[in-house]
Each structure stands twice: as C-alpha cells, then as structure tokens.
Design a binder for this molecule. Structure first.
Ligand SMILES: Cc1ncc(C[n+]2csc(CCOP(=O)(O)OP(=O)(O)O)c2C)c(N)n1
Ligand code: SF4
Ligand SMILES: [Mg+2]
Length: 342
C-alpha cells in the first residue's frame, strides 16, 4: 500500500493563482433558502469549492444547517452531516479519527479526504469553544474548523452572541429610552485566542468572502498543512445587521478597511497580514468606523459618543496591541514596570 497515513499533508490543493484559475465545479449549488445577500452561504460555496470533491462537511445547528437542508432539498453535493449546536469540534475530531481508523484497518480505501466542520459564532465561539479547543490539540488528525461569524444567533431570530459587536441592536439588546445601549461587552477575539493558545495547531486564519480568492487559498492551506486548523470568517448578514442585501460585499470590504476585522494568518507561529490589512499595518490610514457602522440599522441608535468609543477601541487594537490586530497583550513600559517592583 502506498504511503497513506495522512498524519500530515492531505491532498494536493495548490493555491489558485488569480480568479481565472479557480475551478468551475460547484459542490454547494442551488437548493438552499438563505436570505438574499447572505454572505455565509457564499462562504459555504467558496469553502467547499476550494476543498474539492473528496470532502466531508459537518455543520452545527444554525442558518447554514437549517436553510441548507430544508426537507427534501439541499445545495450540498459532497457528503454532509448535521451536528449538535456546540459540537463542531467533536464532529471534526471524531470523523477524522474514524476515517483514519477505517483506512488503517483496510476497511475503506486509503486516500486523502478533507474533513471540514463549520459552526456559527453562537455554536462555535460561545457554546462549542471547549470542543473546538480540544480538537486543536490533536495534531494527529487532519481537520478544518471554519467559524462563520454573522455576529448573532441568526437562525433563531438574531439573539446576541459573544461575537456581537458593542452596542448592536439584537432581539436581546433592543435600544430603549432609558438605556440606549444594552450590549456593552467588546467582541471576543476568537482567532487570536485559537492562535495564541493552541501550540499543536499549525494554521489559524481570518477571511472575508469579499476577498474570495484569498479566502479559498487560505482554506486550501488549512486543509493541506496537516493536523487541526481553524479559520474565522466575518459574514455580513442583511437580516441581522439590517441593511440592503446589495451592500453585503461592500460591508465586508469596509470591515477590513476600517480595521475592525483584520485579515491575517498565523502559520507555525508566524503572523502574515493580507491585502488592505497589510497596507494598514504598513501605515495606510484606516477608514473611520462610522463609514461601516452607519450603513447598518443595528447601529442606527448610535450617538457621536458611541461612535467615538467604538473608534477608540479599534484604534487601540492597532496602536497598543503587541501584535496589531491579532494578540492584545501589551508590554509594561519601563516606568510602569519600575513602579510595580516591590
Ligand atoms: C443546545 C441547543 N440550544 C439551542 C438551540 C436553538 N438554536 C438553533 S440554531 C441557534 C442559533 C445558532 O447561532 P449561530 O451558531 O451563530 O448560527 P447562525 O444561526 O447565526 O447561523 C440556536 C440557538 C439548539 N439547536 N441547540
Ligand atoms: S439570517 Fe443572515 S446568516 Fe441567516 S440566512 Fe439570512 S442572511 Fe444568512
Ligand atoms: Mg451566528
């Protein structure tokens, strides 16, 4: 038998060198019922296009489960399985381990098969964080966990998650006359957390479907580097964010241009910035966050004070963080350190 332990690199998935080189075949096609302008559906399409036909997709409960598997219809061309809301990590690890075992025992043909588990921000960043973290410690099993982040529990009518931005209007945080802002917690930094805290995970990246080729190439890298990997995609959601569906692509671009969502990868501990994020790191001015926020109804109640606070928090992530946009640790300056000496 050929060398097929697949402990490391799986299939040959070279990066697409430009849009004209992208393959035509689709593995997420017609038959879904997502909203018009749903970027998460585009993420599914690009993700599995990059992965190719020898792929198993596992998906936790949420819009990308419910709207994609309405009774008797589905857009999935590749094998697909639903898993419980907090279980994308367990599903990825179990499936990768099962495949490896069956191949080792000769019960199925030994060949590289991609295992991708997706989860929403609610299922992944809140409920399923522990299982994803555990999966990222098992370097002997190849899998990709893709967290599609529409910044709410969208499928159950836009409840607030740990990744909902500060101040946003959700069904759990409606602005009122007494309290203008109900949600006052800053969004979790999940990609930074995964990259900083999982030494066996060789690849963590952030993506946005507005930059489709870059996104597909990061999926390809994640699937071929070996071991468990993690990708976080920011997905504009017309229903939850309350904007005209034609703005989805533009809002994705603005999230990057304002510096709210940085595009980067961490491969074997080395940070590499991409596209407009790279330009920002190299000194290009960021667009004001108001250009992004005020296009969305969920921030329509924001005052100048709220916009200023949001801007200040984003400024900090670029000006104060030890690794800008990625990891928020800061070194004590010398004067402060001296004061702390007992
Ligand atoms: C254990 C459990 N609790 C609650 C639910 C109800 N539920 C189904 S989908 C969903 C929202 C999931 O949000 P997210 O993971 O962000 O995916 P999205 O719907 O935004 O795509 C919830 C709360 C469930 N299916 N299982
Ligand atoms: S609610 Fe948002 S994530 Fe869900 S299908 Fe509609 S646009 Fe997509
Ligand atoms: Mg969500």
């Amino acid at each position: 038998m050929a060398e097929t332990t697949f402990g490391n690199a799986t299939q040959v998935l070279e990066p697409f060198r430009g849009i004209k080189k992208v393959t035509i075949e689709e593995y997420f096609t017609s038959g879904h019922r997502t909203c018009q302008g749903c970027e998460s559906a585009l993420v599914m399409k690009l993700m599995v296009k990059a992965a190719g036909p020898r792929t198993i997709v596992l998906g936790s409960t949420g819009c990308m489960y419910v709207a994609n598997t309405t009774y008797y219809t589905t857009p999935w061309v590749v094998p697909w399985m639903h898993t419980q809301l907090g279980s994308s990590g367990s599903a990825a690890l179990g499936t990768a381990a099962g495949l490896k075992s069956l191949m080792r025992k000769g019960k199925m043909k030994a060949e590289p098969i991609n295992v991708i588990a997706f989860c929403g921000d609610g299922g992944g960043a809140d409920m399923g964080l522990g299982a994803i973290s555990a999966t990222l410690t098992h370097k002997e099993y190849n899998s990709l966990i893709l967290l599609y982040d529409n910044e709410s529990y969208a499928n159950t009518d836009i409840q607030l998650s740990g990744m909902t931005p500060y101040g946003a209007h959700t069904t759990f945080s409606p602005p009122g006359k007494v309290h203008r802002l109900i949600h006052k917690r800053w969004k979790k930094n999940v990609a930074g957390l995964m990259a900083a805290g999982h030494p066996e995970c060789r690849y963590v990246a952030t993506v946005c479907a507005s930059y489709a080729v870059e996104m597909m190439n990061k999926v390809r890298r994640a699937l071929t580097i070996g071991g468990p990997t993690f990708i976080h995609s920011l997905d504009p959601c017309p229903k939850g964010w309350d904007y005209d569906p034609m703005l989805s692509h533009e809002l994705g671009e603005l999230a990057i241009e304002t510096g709210i969502f940085p595009l980067y990868e961490v491969e074997d501990g080395v940070v590499k910035y991409y596209g407009k994020t790279k330009a920002i790191v190299e000194g290009r001015p960021r667009k004001p966050v108001r250009e992004y926020l005020l296009k969305q109804g969920r921030f329509a109640h924001f005052t100048e004070e709220d916009l200023a606070y949001f801007q200040e928090k984003v400024d900090q992530q670029w000006d104060k963080w030890e690794i800008p946009g990625v990891v928020p640790f800061r070194k004590l300056d010398a004067a402060q350190a001296a004061l702390n000496v007992k």
